[in-house]
Write a protein that binds this ligand. Structure first.
Ligand code: NAP
Length: 245
């Protein structure tokens, strides 16, 4: 491994090679950045990172749990010792069917911890590192449920709506200090391992134009990061052309 590029991106929530986290990590590296890909499963994360095309950049796996304050502090310390982080994405994925009467406290709290609390911990550390240079982009990945709660995913929606509120408040608090905070509503199904494993028939019926391509989403995230300060997007939605909305 050569010397890492001094400019870096951090993607928190990288799992299988066919998934948004991996798509983002590969895309940002191909733009020339050093990318820190963060997940909790060392073997899978290493396998994903080594199979991605990093172009002129570098992708480094970092292990940590987004819901642990200690892990997130340590992770950003490691990033900042080697590079200057300029783009951070909170992309953790945790969803589960949860009709109200089957939803225990533990499940409700876990969905909130993964989808909302982790976003707070990552955002706080990212912004702490962006502030001295008065620049940096933080993008949080939302879902249809960020705006619209539907059973049996009400608990997930409550957590994603909290993440959206967090992003909105931070955009207003730190925009004037040069920090760009974006909430991206992913309004459809991502063509990745999760959907292929959980709903193979649905994926086959939708076809490629009915699903969101992770690399296409990554292109939009990159464009958001490139926006000039005089014309920033705070929130946008992305859906396949065949999706009804
Ligand atoms: N999949 C869809 O159809 C869809 C639709 C709309 C929105 N979204 C949103 O898009 C984002 C990405 O979804 P995706 O399905 O494509 O997943 P992905 O990016 O392929 O994977 C995300 C990874 O996050 C990691 N993760 C989970 N909890 C974590 C934690 N506490 N700390 C660190 N890493 C953690 C998991 O790996 P480990 O378990 O190995 O840590 C998981 O594989 C999510 O925010 C999701 O809500 C997805």
């Amino acid at each position: 491994m050569g010397k890492p590029h001094p400019r870096s991106a951090v993607v928190v929530g990288v799992g299988p090679v066919h998934g948004l986290g991996a798509g983002l990590a590969g895309y940002f590296a191909r733009q020339g950045l050093t990318v820190f890909a963060v997940g909790r499963t060392p073997d899978r994360l290493r396998a994903t990172v080594s199979s991605l095309d990093a172009g002129p950049g570098t992708i480094l796996p970092l292990f940590g749990d987004a819901t642990s304050e200690t892990d997130i502090r340590y992770l950003f310390q490691q990033v900042a010792e080697r590079t200057e982080p300029e783009l951070v994405v909170y992309n953790v994925d945790r969803n589960e069917r949860a009709p109200l009467l089957d939803t225990g406290l533990e499940l409700f709290e876990d969905l909130w911890r993964q989808n909302c609390l982790g976003g707070f911990l990552v955002a706080r550390e990212a912004i702490r590192h962006f502030l001295p240079r008065q620049r940096g982009t933080l993008i949080v990945t939302g879902a249809t449920a960020s705006l619209r709660a539907r059973p049996p995913f009400t608990a997930f929606a409550a957590a994603k709506a909290g993440l959206r509120a967090l992003a909105q408040g931070l955009a207003r608090e730190y925009g004037p200090q040069g920090i760009h905070v974006v909430h991206a509503v992913i309004d459809g199904v991502i063509d990745g391992d999760r959907a292929r494993a959980q709903f193979p028939d649905f994926v086959a019926a939708k076809g490629p134009e009915g699903l969101l391509d992770p690399v296409a989403i990554a292109g939009t995230y990159w464009a958001l990061h490139q926006q000039p300060r005089s014309a920033w997007t705070h929130e946008l939605d992305l859906r396949p052309c065949l999706e009804s909305f």
